[in-house]
Every structure is written in structure tokens, then in C-alpha cells.
Ligand binder design. Structure first.
Ligand SMILES: [Zn+2]
Length: 316
């Protein structure tokens, strides 16, 4: 992960000024709606649920874009400079976020909300094949994929409701009620994960993608190995692929998981070597245009993940 340099930020701000010079568009939001800008899909979806009809929530990541290597563009800066509220995960997921918010700050706007503040964080060096993840190490070695732990999702919704309340104190009660209703649904999801993954033929979780599911593995006591590291910047080593192959053969596993962000090539290689079948898990960093059009939500994608995990781990 490259972090944005001061020089680059200045260049972006220069772009912003030149765009503003001839930009007469009215703000897109309807009258009175809180303009909320979010970074990744789970936060976008949580914010939609908390804001309800009082907010116009937008997602900075274009559909299908890989979020770990995302860098701000002039469009990002324009969106942020018009926002009332800016919600991001934390410095591990979006190392550019705070610097950028500083750059566009005007009279206390946008209000900033770090949704991952107070969440349960895992160390990114937990087990991802001994590969050091430089980006994560800059960020105190924390694994940024906190939203994949249903309990962390509950905490993130609380932080987001607090952010909304700061941005519009008059509607704080409404936001708190929306958050409570959504958290009840998240809690039901967490309960279904607990019961759905309680009794399984195996707890070996072999993943041909990047190290995104450590939170699920930690919560549900799964032995997790992945082909790539936390941010998937370099190709998996042949030793790592052999480790996946050996685990599948030794434990007589029938499935290997792949993911939405990376080509399934590593998983396919291991599948071809072992005869394991491929199953797709969704890391829910971002969604594609077709998923967005089909109405995908954090809850629907997590339900799919539960179904797929139950199949792959052969749960009763
Ligand atoms: Zn990731």
C-alpha cells in the first residue's frame, strides 16, 4: 500500500481548485438532507441504515474498485469538500482519510467519524504466511478487516450513529432509533453465525485469496490459512500454495474458498492439485455494479457467506 505523499495531495488540491473554478453544479442532495460521504461498502451500508431518509449517503469507491490500493482522486476531494459528515474505517484501511479531511476542512465540516474506533482489532501478523505487510505495520500491525466480525459491525454502527448525532444534533434521537433497529438485525445475523458454525466436520479454513477473514476465523475458532497477505499486493509464494495443498490433503478437505477481489487463479491451482471444489466468499470491501444493482447489502452478503462457509466446513 502506497501512502499519499504531501506533494501528491497538493497536486490533487490544485486540481480541485481548478475544477471548482468552473463548477456551478448544485449539491446533489435534496433540501435538508445530511450529505454523508463514506469510504468502503460496509460503512456505506451501515450509514444508509442509520441516516435513513434524513441523509444522502455516497460511497467514494467506484463499484468494483479494489479498496486496499485505492488512492484519492480529485473527485474524492470534491465529494469530501461538499460533505457534512465523512465516515471512514480507520487509519489502517484508509491511511489517506484524515490527511484529506484536513485538506478540505471548513468551519468544522465535514464532521469526521472513525467507525472502527473502539472496535476489537486483531494483529495483522496473526498468521498470514510469515509475509510482512508493510502498510499494516505502519498502522501498528492491525488487520483492517474489522467489519467481517459481526460484533465489530455492531460497534461500528454505534460510532456511526454518534457521528450522525454530532453532524445533526436535532435528529440524534432518530439516528439512534435507526441504529437500534439495524443493530437488532445485525445481532440476528451474529446469532445465525454462532449456531450455523457450531457443529462442523472441519474447522480448517483454507482460502486462496488475501488474508481478509481473520476476524471470522477468530470469532468462530477456525484454523485459517490464506494464499495472500493482508493487502494482496504480491503474488503468493509457491511455498504458501504448497502449504494450502498439504493442508487440504492431510486434513482430507473437500473445499477451498476464493474471494471477490482477486483472480481465483491461486485457488484454482490448489483445487486442481487436490481435487477440492471452489467456493466463493465475499470480503465485502466493495461491490460490483451488478451486485449494487441487484440490491446487495452487508446483511445479504454475510448471509451468503454463512451459507458458503456451512457448505465448505460441512456444518450441521
Ligand atoms: Zn482486504
Amino acid at each position: 500500500m502506497k501512502s499519499i505523499s504531501t506533494l501528491k495531495l497538493l497536486l490533487l488540491l490544485t486540481c480541485l481548485l481548478s475544477v471548482f473554478a468552473c463548477d456551478n453544479r448544485k449539491p446533489a442532495a435534496g433540501p435538508g438532507k445530511l450529505r454523508v460521504v463514506t469510504t468502503i461498502f460496509p460503512i456505506y451500508d451501515f450509514a444508509r441504515n442509520v441516516g435513513g431518509d434524513l441523509a444522502e449517503v455516497s460511497l467514494l469507491l467506484p463499484p468494483g474498485v479494489e479498496p486496499h490500493s485505492f488512492e484519492p482522486t480529485p473527485e474524492t476531494i470534491i465529494a469530501l469538500s461538499r460533505a457534512d459528515l465523512f465516515i471512514y474505517t480507520g487509519s489502517g484501511m484508509e491511511p489517506w482519510a484524515e490527511k484529506l479531511a484536513d485538506g478540505v476542512s471548513r468551519g468544522g465540516k465535514p464532521v469526521r467519524c472513525e467507525a472502527g474506533k473502539g472496535a476489537h482489532y486483531l494483529n495483522s501478523a496473526h498468521d498470514h504466511g510469515g509475509r510482512r505487510d508493510e502498510h499494516a505495520e505502519h498502522e501498528h500491525g492491525k488487520d483492517p478487516h474489522i467489519w467481517l466480525d459481526p460484533d465489530n459491525a455492531l460497534s461500528m454502527v454505534d460510532r456511526i450513529a454518534e457521528g450522525f448525532a454530532v453532524a445533526r444534533p436535532a435528529a440524534a434521537e432518530k439516528f439512534a432509533a435507526n441504529a437500534a433497529a439495524y443493530k437488532a438485525r445485525l445481532q440476528e445475523l451474529a446469532n445465525r453465525f454462532n449456531s450455523g458454525l457450531a457443529v462442523c466436520a472441519t474447522r480448517e479454513f483454507v482460502h486462496g485469496g488475501h488474508y481478509a477473514f481473520a476476524y471470522l476465523a477468530d470469532r468462530y475458532k477456525l484454523q485459517y490459512i490464506s494464499a495472500y497477505g493482508v493487502t494482496a499486493e504480491s503474488e503468493p509464494s509457491s511455498q504458501k500454495l504448497m502449504e494450502l495443498v498439504r493442508t487440504i490433503k492431510n486434513k482430507k478437505l473437500h473445499y477451498i474458498f476464493f474471494e471477490e477481489l482477486l483472480s481465483p487463479r491461486a485457488a484454482e491451482t490448489v483445487a486442481a492439485e487436490t481435487g477440492a471444489a471452489l467456493l466463493k466468499l465475499h470480503g465485502i470491501h466493495n461491490v460490483t455494479r451488478s451486485e449494487l444493482d441487484a440490491g446487495a447489502t452487508y446483511l445479504s452478503l454475510m448471509e451468503q457467506n454463512l451459507t458458503v462457509l456451512r457448505k465448505g466446513l460441512e456444518c450441521r
